[in-house]
Write a protein that binds this ligand. Structure first.
Ligand code: ZN
Length: 158
């Protein structure tokens, strides 16, 4: 495993659309392992492959309940709204208020090429939406209501 460089806002790769993963190759497994290691090292709650410079539809999330790996994730249900602080490892030292669905159902492939659906609420729903946006080249900063704030590094969330 290795820690990968996290691309920062302004890097054109963060605005590109990622490609579907057709099969789980050893390269994809290494990518997933590295993404998990990078997310934990940077103390984020989620990371999407384009953030480490790979345009594949792979995200990792851990909101405190253990690691989730989602390949080709697609949100198939959205309910309610929540407004709260969001941050991003690609926009270090900043946070801002974003409104997201309070509940989502996401369909994704796991590392054994099996498809699952998972329900997420609150922080997990927010993380799923945030990471899926990265796969379509979108950053949360475009959704922020009001101003982006400076935060100390220890408070960084994603
Ligand atoms: Zn992010």
């Amino acid at each position: 495993m290795a820690i990968r460089n996290v691309r920062l806002e302004g890097d054109p790769i963060l605005q590109k659309t990622s490609k579907e993963v057709k099969e789980i190759t050893p390269k994809i497994r290494t990518l997933i392992d590295d993404m998990l290691e990078t997310m934990y090292e940077k103390e984020g709650v989620g990371l999407a492959a384009p953030q480490v410079g790979v345009l594949k539809r792979v995200v990792v999330i851990d909101v405190g309940d253990g690691p989730l790996v989602m390949i080709n994730p697609r949100i198939v249900r959205r309910e309610g709204t929540q407004t709260g602080d969001e941050g991003c490892l690609s926009v270090p030292g900043k946070a801002g208020q974003v409104t997201r669905p309070n509940e989502v159902t996401v369909r994704f492939m796991d590392e054994d090429e099996e498809y699952y659906e998972l329900d997420g609420t609150e922080l997990l729903a927010r993380a799923i939406c945030h990471e899926c946006d990265h796969l379509d080249g979108k950053l949360y900063v475009d959704l922020v209501e009001g101003e982006l704030r400076d935060v100390v590094m220890e408070d960084e969330e994603e």
